[in-house]
Design a protein around this ligand. Structure first.
Ligand code: MN
Length: 729
């Protein structure tokens, strides 16, 4: 306990020492100390998942805020207090009473934001909007939130795995682009790396290891590269510093994925940075270009790789001149040319902007910057739709804003139709929708919406939701309501369908058993019995081909050496059997994961678990927006003792028989084949397949499949193969 107090006190002293440049008066120090003491006492007795006293977290966030971003006293105080209202009994009013309006306002903003991200419901996505709008109140809220997220990412190791995935996905989906938007490059880059580390630990470790292994050689090369530049600049009296930055693990990883190349083929692993102290009698811009000219006297530039962000700074304020030149040994390398000021802005974003704007308090100086950001984001903020759209495009969030006939705004996901909107307004309006007036023009309820549309829904009491509606909605809300309505209707049709099926089976004199459904369900593309009965009941399927289907051999059951494992099966109280679980897992069609892929599951409606590749963009989106639905999933390869069996078969060599056989072999027997031989003479062919089987039942199935091929006369097992040597390891 005493140790804890000492540790905390020491961390506070470190914070204070970092605040030297922002504290202008004894009052400033007093504010920071008061905020610290208030937060420390409020969180007393609470510990983080890592076991440290809770106050170490706000302290770390405050240190990031001052030393890595360079915000002022009020922001540091707000960072110290950021979790007090959320996690303790104190209210924003208590903060206001003690620390005044501005700090209270910041803490209030942070508390609301934290509500957005702690929420474990679908509202999480919709609340992004609120967060982005907070920006117009005070951008410092977002920046402190970024510092909060950065510290949480730095300490993510102590969280549970599914939480890690949720937080890491949100980070790459929202926070890293946000940091980029605000010009906080160092933070953006660290967030990306940390997110990658938790999402793909193995790939991250591999790249890190390769970087380490090649670092000595790279360092030597960089020195060789820099030497002539240093000489040239010194000869021309430029005051400068030169340094080299190795690409981040994330950007290397991204390049490897995008270009489908190996680590060795990522050629521009580093960038050289020239930061100069400008002379007074020339503009920074012209000095950038004269340095460029000196550098390209030394190395030949790649003409299509010049990036001039001095003439036209990036929207987030970034200024620099980038070029790519050919260094020794014909290696291309990027050179970044920046003035001291540009470098500061690039490294520290927002805060640096004020520093170069002259004196004044933290509060008054931030406003011009917000103004600038607003401009960059689409001008007039009165036009909220455009503002939001622009911001969202920048952050890759895809929502649009539309209006009710009364002019009330609503956000719906991009791709939403008038029907989605109808359900968004009210489920009853949705389920009775018959048409829509979009911008006063009559149109179908399936019409996709555009940003700024005004929509009026026309309803009719005689309308009920139809199955095909599901193909024309994107929102979960609409889908849920449509399904509910359909379900009510379908209970009746299920009964009817069951009766039809039972009658047909009586007619065919076949008993209804589990194996009947194993053949019937896939044949009719149904997931379960209920769906099958329901489709049958409403007449969507006919039983004409039933007899043929039942005669066919059951689908492959040989190949299940790989099984999908899920970490947190079902939260419902009902225990489900293993067979049920596997039937409720589907692999996503967007990324089609196959055995061996790194995967993750999402619980969908009705408890179905959809399995995605971890790298799938949709999986990242789902994790970021619906983190509560994450289910850990992995492919487990089962080591089943399998026995080598050799089958010989002969038959009449008709056209296409080889094709039929190879199809059966590859589709049904797949990877378990060890060897295949065919020979043909005088219209008779003979073949031999060696393969591994787990049981005599499996072998029987294979023999049946091969026998069923037209033209095959005889299939038999060759005895005497030493099975003990054939275990799969
Ligand atoms: Mn926090």
């Amino acid at each position: 306990m005493e140790n804890d107090d000492q540790l905390v006190e020491q961390q506070f002293e470190e914070l204070l020492s970092q605040c030297g440049s922002i504290c202008k008066s004894p009052e400033d120090y007093a504010t920071i100390r008061a905020a610290y003491e208030f937060a420390r006492d409020a969180h007393r007795g609470v510990r983080r998942k890592s076991g440290e006293p809770y106050i170490t977290h706000p302290l770390s966030v405050a240190r990031i805020v001052v030393s890595e971003i360079g915000l002022g006293v009020k922001s540091v105080a707000a960072a110290l207090l950021h979790d007090v209202v959320e996690d303790t009994d104190y209210t924003v009013e208590d903060i206001r009473y003690r620390f005044g309006d501005k700090i209270a306002q910041l803490v209030d903003g942070l508390t609301k934001l934290s509500g957005v991200f702690n929420k474990e419901s679908s509202e999480q996505a919709e609340n992004f909007k609120r967060m982005i709008l907070t920006l117009s109140d005070d951008v410092r809220v977002i920046i402190i939130k970024l510092a909060d997220r950065l510290h949480n990412m730095r300490t993510l190791g102590s969280m549970l795995p599914h939480k890690q995935m949720k937080i890491a996905s949100e980070t790459i989906y929202l926070f890293a682009p946000l940091a980029n938007r605000l010009g906080l490059y160092a933070i953006k880059s660290e967030l990306e790396d940390l997110s990658l580390k938790f999402r793909f630990p193995e790939e991250y470790a591999q790249i890190e290891e390769r970087l380490f292994a090649t670092s000595a050689a790279r360092q030597q090369y960089i020195e060789r590269f820099n030497h002539p530049i240093i000489q040239k600049l010194a000869q021309n009296n430029v005051r400068f510093e030169i340094s080299a930055r190795v690409k981040s693990v994330y950007s290397i990883w991204k390049k490897m994925k995008q270009k489908q190349v190996g680590f060795e083929e990522v050629y521009d692993l580093f960038a050289v940075r020239v930061v100069f102290d400008p002379i007074e009698w020339a503009s920074e811009k012209s000095q950038c270009w004269s340095i460029y000219s000196l550098v390209t006297d030394v190395y030949r530039p790649k003409m299509d790789r010049i990036r001039d962000w001095v003439g036209t700074p990036k929207a987030n304020g970034y200024e620099a001149l980038h070029c790519t030149v050919m260094g020794p040994d014909g290696i291309w390398a990027e050179v970044q040319i920046r003035s001291r000021r540009m470098d500061d802005v690039a490294e520290r974003g927002v805060a640096a902007h004020w520093r170069y704007k002259g004196a004044g308090s933290e509060d008054t100086q931030i406003d011009p910057w917000i103004e600038k950001l607003r401009e960059a984001l689409g001008g007039d903020t009165d036009d909220a739709v455009e503002f939001l759209d622009n911001f969202k495009i920048g952050l890759e969030v895809t929502e649009i804003m539309v209006f009710t006939p009364k002019g009330e705004s609503r956000t719906v996901p991009k791709g939403s139709t008038a029907l989605d909107f109808a359900y968004d307004v009210h489920s009853k309006i949705g389920s009775q929708a018959i048409g829509a007036k979009i911008n006063h023009r009559l149109t179908s309820i399936f019409t996709p919406l555009s940003s700024g549309d005004q929509i009026e829904i026309i309803t009719s009491a005689s309308v009920t939701p139809k199955v095909e509606w599901l193909d024309h909605v994107t929102t979960a809300k609409a889908k849920t309501h449509i399904r509910q309505a359909l379900r009510r209707e379908s209970e009746n049709s299920i009964k009817e369908g069951q009766e039809i099926f039972e009658a047909k089976m009586r007619e065919l004199k076949i008993t209804i058993q589990a194996r009947v459904f194993r053949k019937v369900l896939p044949a009719y593309e149904c997931l379960d019995k209920r769906q099958f009965y329901s489709k049958l009941g409403v007449g969507m399927i006919k039983l004409d081909g039933l007899e043929k289907i039942l005669k066919q051999n059951a689908a492959t059951k040989l190949m299940k050496y790989w099984t999908l494992q899920i970490a947190r099966p079902f939260r419902s109280s009902k225990k489900k059997s293993e067979e049920d679980v596997s039937r409720h897992m589907i692999t996503a069609t967007c990324c089609n994961p196959i055995p061996g892929d790194e995967i993750i599951g999402f619980e969908k409606e009705g408890g179905v678990i959809e399995v995605h590749k971890r790298s799938c963009a949709e999986a990242i989106r789902l994790s970021a927006q619906r983190g509560e639905k994450i289910v850990g999933a992995s492919w487990e390869s089962q080591k089943v003792v399998s026995h080598l069996a050799v089958l010989s078969f002969r038959g009449i060599d008709r056209m296409g028989i080889m094709l039929d056989l190879s199809r059966i072999i590859s589709e049904q027997l797949g990877v378990n084949i060890r060897a295949v031989e065919f020979s043909s003479h005088d219209g008779i062919f003979e073949g031999k397949i060696s393969l591994y089987v787990r049981s005599s039942e499996d072998l029987k199935t294979i023999i049946e499949s091969v026998s069923a091929v037209k033209g095959v006369e005889r299939v038999s097992r060759i005895e005497g193969v030493d099975a003990s040597a054939a275990e799969i390891q």
